[in-house]
Unconditional design. Structure first.
Length: 322
């Protein structure tokens, strides 16, 4: 695990703080705003370039954990997100939409790191990734329009266009890059060089996008600091309930320890970069939605790090028991 990954939450917070200070001290808001979408699209292309569709075949050996993951991520979690937003953010519609976008998008990247740290089944975790990605592409517009209610205030066409721009375009670019690399350089070069460089580019691009976002919306953040604090209770509830549901489901299904870890991580980890990219394009006149999404990883990443440690210790103790 690299230094950028190990201290990711600190770097996200530092990027946000640097962008906030820069946006308040200098008139760079508009220029910074033009950086956000390109940085996010490049970052997503780098994420997608690391995905090998062949991993889907591994799902066949672990159908129970894959099906459990799909139910938890695409049925239970959206309902939980709707309840948390309606119950705790009823007076803050933009924060409610930001919370919804964050919670209904299961992670497609860094949960693999925490699965590895927790000694989880990497084949199962990798197999779930493209499935999560495809279902996000198909279901995200429906989730926002159905669960967001009147607060969403966006037509289907606009939301679909945003999804196509920030997800399909980077995905197509990544697929083309993988195909071209394999054809002209060979699969070994693709897997070692292309994937390696893509992996190294993800976090710097994320930090750039976060810094640009906060520089762009510095005065919005300062003016709504109290409102952003309102995100802490629903996020805290989610990051307590989600792992408990995953562990309970794993026990009911009697999953092996490594599959249990994979299920916990894919249930808890959220895809804030994709949600942020969608928010920037789909809600350009409601910046608080996008700003709210940046706050999510500040709580999520420490929780994932703690969970990977707790699960690893418990699994190790279980494996060593007679």
């Amino acid at each position: 695990m690299s230094t950028l990954e190990k201290f990711q939450s600190l770097f996200v917070a530092a990027a946000a703080l640097c962008g906030l200070c820069a946006g308040l001290l200098w008139p760079i808001g508009d220029a910074a705003g033009h950086l956000v979408t390109p940085a996010l699209m490049l970052m997503l292309a780098a994420v997608f370039a690391q995905v090998d569709a062949a991993h889907v075949r591994e799902a066949g050996s672990a159908r129970r954990v894959v099906l459990a993951s799909l139910v938890l991520n695409f049925v239970v979690t959206p309902l939980l997100a709707w309840g948390l937003g309606a119950g705790l953010l009823g007076e803050a519609p933009d924060l409610r939409i930001g919370l919804l976008l964050l919670l209904v998008t299961p992670c497609t990247d860094w949960y693999l790191v925490f699965t590895r740290l927790g000694r989880g089944h990497m084949g199962v975790a990798a197999a779930v990734l493209p499935i999560n990605l495809v279902l996000q592409l198909l279901l995200l517009p429906a989730y926002v329009l159905l669960l967001g209610g009147e607060a969403a205030m966006i037509d289907t066409g606009t939301l679909v266009e945003a999804v196509l721009l920030v997800l399909v375009v980077p995905l197509a670019a990544a697929v083309l890059a993988r195909w071209a690399a394999a054809r002209w350089k060979g699969t070994a070069w693709r897997d070692e060089v292309l994937v390696g460089r893509a992996s190294g580019a993800v976090l710097p691009l994320l930090y750039l996008a976060v810094a640009a976002m906060f520089a762009w919306q510095a005065r919005t953040v300062v003016g709504h600091g109290g409102a952003l604090v309102a995100l802490v209770p629903p996020l805290a509830v989610f990051f307590v309930v989600a792992p408990l549901l995953a562990v309970l489901t794993a026990r009911l299904l009697r999953l092996p320890g490594d599959q249990r870890v994979a299920l916990v991580m894919t249930t808890v980890a959220r895809n804030s970069p994709i949600a942020l990219a969608i928010a920037v394009v789909a809600f350009p006149e409601r910046p608080l939605i996008a700003v709210a999404l940046v706050a999510g990883p500040l709580l999520e990443l420490p929780v994932l790090a703690l969970l990977s440690r707790v699960v690893r210790v418990r699994e190790g103790a279980r494996d060593s028991s007679p």
